[in-house]
Design a binder for this molecule. Structure first.
Ligand code: ZN
Length: 326
């Protein structure tokens, strides 16, 4: 394929790339979050652990909180977002899903926790968490103009899709639906990773907001975890696209499908087939693009898939609420 032959040599093994992010997204440079300076005094002795061990910019983060006092509710604030916690009553542990955007600078940031005890007392706690620097690649590619310069009719469809997506994303549920470890949507070679900076035709720049699997058309695609189908529609860039809402602000997106196997509103189990791979939408060939979105922030799907959660064979969470800083 002419497009691929012009990619840099080390990326020539890619079977197909997605042009989803060429025009659909841009990196906000004005929204840097800056590290906080001094930790506050704790008012409750909560234990806070998290995965991955050292989150970086672009990482999903799962917080695990335990309390010596019985709590009726718990919520958190992290990098300007609310973190929704759910109690795993078997283990008496509160789990919350969060992340750090690609634009987050390395440094220490505070997770602020606020809870209500079963005897109606408010408690609060703050924990400093270090965000490291993720390592991401850059590529230079040449693609036909049709991919970077849509015609007026296509611009109209792109505008309509924007409304559809905004409507879907506004309906995200805070209730946790995911459970246990996340599993890969297909068993296949990865053809492009998350966070790759792409320069197309010498000028159009974008950041790859997902993970690409090199799958031919016709491969069943599985839900990475339990959730509700928020969207199952054909879109201009994404092609036939399924969006799953896993609760706690977490969504997963599956693009360029040739066929849908689920309907909007349907609940799906971990590993359930949601569709079949393809090359629909703005893609140079068949492949699966998977994205992870948390409260408007795109996160690294490979990191999410590497986290070991209760319900799977090994559980290892790090960090300790008895110290500040790491
Ligand atoms: Zn992709």
């Amino acid at each position: 394929m002419s497009v691929l032959s012009k990619l840099q040599p080390r990326l020539r093994r890619n079977l197909a790339i997605s042009l989803v992010s060429v025009l659909a997204s841009s990196v906000s440079l004005g929204a840097f979050e800056t590290p906080v300076a001094t930790p506050k005094v704790k008012t409750a002795d909560l234990s806070v652990r998290w995965q991955p061990t050292i989150p970086t910019n672009g990482s999903p983060i799962i917080f695990r909180v335990t309390s010596p006092l019985r709590l009726a509710s718990l919520s958190g604030k992290w990098l300007g977002h609310e973190v929704f916690f759910a109690l795993d009553s078997n283990r008496k542990v509160w789990y919350g899903f969060a992340g750090a955007s690609l634009e987050t600078r390395p440094g220490k940031y505070a997770l602020e926790l606020n809870g209500m005890t079963s005897s109606n007392k408010e408690i609060s706690f703050e924990r400093q968490i270090t965000i490291g620097k993720g390592h991401y690649h850059s590529i230079v590619a040449s693609v036909p103009k049709q991919y970077t310069e849509p015609n007026p009719e296509q611009l109209h469809k792109i505008g309509e899709d924007k409304t559809v997506k905004e409507h879907a994303f506004a309906q995200v549920s805070p209730e946790r639906e995911w459970a246990g470890s996340f599993r890969p949507p297909v068993k296949a070679q990865i053809s492009d990773v998350f966070g790759t900076k792409r320069t197309f035709n010498g000028k159009v720049q974008s950041v790859h907001q997902g993970l690409d699997y090199a799958v031919p058309e016709g491969t069943p695609v599985a839900a990475v975890n339990a959730g509700t189908v928020l969207l199952a529609q054909p879109l201009f860039f994404e092609g036939n696209c399924v969006v799953l809402d896993h609760g706690q602000g977490l969504l997963t997106l599956y693009m360029h499908l040739s066929k849908f196997d689920v309907k909007e509103g349907e609940h799906v189990a971990t590993g359930q087939t949601i569709g079949v791979s393809g090359g629909t939408g703005r893609a140079t060939g068949p492949h699966l693009h998977v994205a992870v979105r948390w409260q408007g922030v795109y996160l690294n799907p490979a990191t999410l898939l590497s986290l070991k959660m209760p319900g799977s064979s090994s559980v290892r969470l790090v960090g300790s609420g008895t110290r500040t800083g790491r």
